[in-house]
Design a binder for this molecule. Structure first.
Ligand SMILES: CC(C)(COP(=O)(O)OP(=O)(O)OC[C@H]1O[C@@H](n2cnc3c(N)ncnc32)[C@H](O)[C@@H]1OP(=O)(O)O)[C@@H](O)C(=O)NCCC(=O)NCCS
Length: 175
């Protein structure tokens, strides 16, 4: 695979995003149930902008930036207006472990920083790959809350809330 291009999502990307999401949902149950309107699910309330990783015409991965809800801000103990939340992050199963998610995450950190905002996110504690990703990128686990939905394995979801490190992300560090 060539180096993926990271760029803002345009409407024409949505079918490719939905196709990549279908591989993710089948493999990981993310989201737990296939949405009735998958393109709508990729465009959540409070969306600021969305980014994609592409290889030519193929969408490899996706990330949305949203205004955080009051609950996430409360979990973090930070003022809502200072935060920008990462959401809808996924990488299609054929493009995994090639640094695509790290590059999308770094882009989110750059954008938030340019706006003077702190990047934050929350992840269900059973999503092991995502938890590893964030902790390897040195995001800080700053609180946990209980959600009102049930995971694919029948647990009440527990959401770990993270704050990005102040310095640049993983892919821009020397190895
Ligand atoms: C989590 C996810 C986005 C990672 O995407 P990815 O492009 O494969 O991740 P990267 O290649 O950038 O991985 C960077 C680091 O994260 C960690 N990591 C990623 N996937 C991992 C896995 N399956 N197991 C353990 N660690 C993992 C590793 O430290 C990895 O570095 P390494 O490959 O050098 O060991 C992808 O697995 C996914 O889409 N999962 C389902 C959806 C999901 O849970 N989204 C998060 C919602 S909050």
């Amino acid at each position: 695979m060539d180096e993926p291009t990271i760029r803002r999502r345009i409407d024409d990307d949505l079918p490719g995003c939905v196709a990549a999401l279908a591989t993710v949902q089948a493999a990981d149950r993310y989201p737990v149930d296939w949405p009735a309107d998958p393109a709508g699910w990729l465009t959540p309330a409070g969306l600021v902008e969305a980014w994609v990783a592409v290889d030519g015409d193929e969408v490899l991965g996706h990330l949305a930036l949203t205004r955080p809800g009051a609950e996430l801000a409360a979990t973090l103990g930070l003022p809502e207006r200072q935060l920008l939340a990462v959401a809808r992050l996924f990488v299609g199963t054929a493009a995994r472990r090639r640094g695509v998610a790290v590059r999308l995450l770094d882009q989110a950190v750059l954008i938030a920083g340019a706006e003077g905002l702190t990047p934050v996110l929350e992840v269900e504690e059973g999503a092991e790959a995502a938890v590893r990703l964030y902790e390897r990128a040195r995001w800080r686990h700053a609180g946990t809350s209980t959600a009102d939905w049930t995971t694919a394995d029948g647990r009440t979801a527990r959401l770990r809330a993270y704050v990005a490190p102040v310095e640049a992300g993983l892919s821009s560090r020397p190895s």
